[in-house]
Design a protein around this ligand. Structure first.
Ligand code: ADP
Ligand code: MG
Length: 614
């Protein structure tokens, strides 16, 4: 048989390589921004159209390229950044593989203009699907401008695989964050479909975080500084009270490169242990500097996964550094001269009175204490709660209580006891009690009904909100004094997307295009003091949910609101609320499952009991 192995032509090889480097428009943005930084730019402009599908352009004032270099830059394995294998162990630049431009040019229409300081004229090069279509002399400022149009024009399958413009834009913004946060000394501008969405002046690290994520960050950041032989760590963690239920802002950088490290993430989480609730996530912006020899960046084409030589030591140092600064921050206010006092007080409620719950669900509930785990008196529940393991619930914040009581008022009018029968769960005596502050137990004809209070309430609220969103009939309360809230650019993009749905459940906003958004009305079920947390949480849930994109916006929003507002495990419910929950649950279309498809209740039948007791 004849020899059958052939070398692939360059354009085919490039297309294959492109698959690794360029997954979506955001990958192009990352590569181009990194090249500009490596070229020593002090000002970088990013221009994007239609989520990057139509255009991605990066303009920098870096060193530029000569005519020959401009041509060479699009060759595979062509790089100015390393020349030998040893250099791999002493990397100071972001790029080094010499693959990005070749890959991008293989799958898009690229137009590059570049000029070095000493050159009289610049060069303009157009490449389409790896083929140079034109090269000419051009008048252009010092630096490089690369525009990438019609991404994946020659790979329709990949193009079809791209998500909506909004989703792609969000990925681009994520990459933009990752690059800009670690380069505060470089000025960045970001234009999306003609309007400027980020304008980041040259500044210091802390202010960069604030410029990127909005003024509300001012109050949240706890600085951190630690220098050892192995690593220097600087950056910020967010105060524990701003921890979020979904992973919010979590950034690790190693030698100025954004990295993902589940192991180091664990170190951060463990430093926060005891300070935040179990399923909450701390925010952090941590910059590590290690000897380039002790880190391997070349284990993945996108270079976000890295390998440190001495991870265990890093872990320990990081953990103790965080603990140290959290401790410091707890005892003494942080001295911080970077701070602009005009920007303090993110929400306008700090001086407002606490809202007293409309219905007193629990007589010992103290709305002014934020760690109230209440002791009720004389209920059946009390007997259970005195057990030692109940302490596990101590410390769980139960501020959602007031929301639940107002839910409860509304739902009471809708109670239809017949539903109980419809589901073949006929109440015998109507007795309910709470078990472990987690379950509502009710005696029914055929045995015992055990309801998971949190999941059940989520189901109830989910159906209620979904109904309101689709029927547009959410009940809202007008605020006498609109709440002023700060949202950063990416949050405002999400807010705009969600605006209609939010309006349907009872929210009203004034002018979302400004950083300070006025909230003029809120749903009746949400107390004013919690609006900030609820909206923040909703936006980050929504963002995360959308990366999965299996369900509709309305469903995601209803789910987010339900999760936020549902009564939690660990909260004490009085009998009236327990009873309302049972009824509301069986008034639902799908009472069996929570919105996240977990079981909401189970029945322990007479038969089960008999078996157990035999
Ligand atoms: P790498 O960054 O890994 O070297 P790239 O394909 O991204 O590979 O770029 C190839 C080369 O092109 C770089 O090494 C650099 O010399 C040059 N280059 C790319 N972008 C720029 C830019 N914006 N300014 C100056 N030179 C650039
Ligand atoms: Mg590069």
């Amino acid at each position: 048989m004849a020899d059958i192995i052939r070398l692939l032509p360059d354009h085919v090889a490039n297309q294959i390589a492109a698959g690794e480097v360029v997954q979506r428009p955001a990958s192009v943005v990352k590569e181009l921004l990194e090249n500009s930084i490596d070229a020593g730019a002090t000002s970088i402009k990013l221009i994007v159209k239609d989520g990057g599908k139509t255009l991605i352009q990066v303009v920098d004032d870096g060193i530029g390229m000569s005519e020959t270099d401009a041509r060479l830059s699009f060759e595979r394995h062509a790089t100015s950044k390393i020349s030998s294998a040893e250099d791999l162990f002493n990397l100071r630049t972001k790029g080094f593989r010499g693959e990005a431009l070749a890959s991008i040019a293989a799958i898009a229409h690229v137009d590059m203009q570049t000029k070095r300081t000493e050159a009289e004229v610049g060069v303009r090069l157009k490449i389409e699907g790896s083929k140079v279509v034109s090269q000419e002399v051009t008048a252009t400022p010092v630096g490089t401008s690369i525009s990438v149009k019609n991404l994946f024009f020659n790979i329709p399958a990949r193009r079809n695989f791209l998500k909506s413009n909004q989703v792609e834009l969000r990925h681009i913004i994520d990459e933009f964050h990752r690059v800009t946060l670690v380069h505060p000394a470089i000025e960045f501008h970001f234009y999306n479909n003609g309007s400027e969405i980020f304008n980041l002046p040259k500044t210091k690290s802390r202010q960069r975080v604030v410029h990127v994520f909005g003024n509300k960050m001012q109050d949240r950041l706890v600085p951190l500084e630690e220098s050892t032989e192995v690593v220097s760590i600087s950056g910020f963690v967010c105060k524990p009270e701003y921890a979020k239920k979904s992973r919010g802002e979590q950034f690790f950088f190693a030698n100025d490169r954004f990295i993902k490290s589940p192991y180091l993430h664990h170190a951060v989480v463990s430093a926060f242990e005891g300070l935040i609730k179990p399923d909450y996530h701390p925010g952090y912006f941590l910059f590590l500097e290690v000897d380039p020899k002790s880190i391997d960046i070349n284990i993945h084409p996108t270079k976000t996964e890295v390998k440190f030589d001495d991870e265990h030591t890093l872990y320990a140092i990081l953990k103790s550094a965080i603990k140290h600064s959290l401790g410091q921050f707890n005892v003494a206010p942080v001295l911080d001269f970077n701070r602009d006092s005009n920007l303090d007080t993110p929400y306008a409620y700090q001086n407002k009175e606490a809202v007293i719950p409309g219905v007193t669900v629990d007589p010992s509930f103290n709305p002014f204490s934020d760690t109230t785990v209440k002791k009720t008196t004389g209920t059946q529940f009390q007997k259970v709660s005195s057990k030692g393991w109940e302490n596990l619930y101590e410390g769980l914040v139960t501020q959602e209580k007031d929301d639940f009581s107002s839910v409860h008022i509304e739902s009471e009018t809708e109670i239809q006891s017949s539903l109980y029968a419809e589901n073949d769960i006929t109440s015998e005596s109507g007795t309910t009690f709470q078990l472990q502050r987690k379950y509502v137990v009710s005696t029914i004809k055929s045995g015992l009904l055990v309801i998971h209070q949190n999941r059940a309430h989520q189901r109830v609220l989910y159906e209620k909100f979904l109904g309101e969103i689709t029927l547009k009939k959410g009940v809202s309360q007008q605020l006498l004094f609109p709440l002023e809230m700060h949202f950063n650019e990416s949050e405002r993009i999400l807010l705009k997307e969600l605006q209609d749905c939010l309006r349907n459940v009872g929210f009203a906003f004034e002018d979302i295009s400004e950083e300070t958004v006025k909230v003029t009305a809120i749903p009746v079920m949400v107390s004013e003091s919690r609006i900030g947390t609820v909206l923040d949480q909703l936006l980050s849930d929504y963002k995360e949910g959308f990366s999965m994109e299996s369900i509709s916006q309305a469903e995601l929003l209803a789910q987010g609101l339900a999760q936020n507002l549902a009564v939690k495990s660990g909260e004490v419910l009085d009998e009236e609320s327990q009873w309302a929950l049972v009824n509301d649950l069986f008034g639902c279309k799908e009472p069996e499952l929570s919105p996240a498809h977990k079981k909401t209740f189970t029945i322990i039948s007479d038969l089960d009991l008999e078996k157990k007791l035999s």
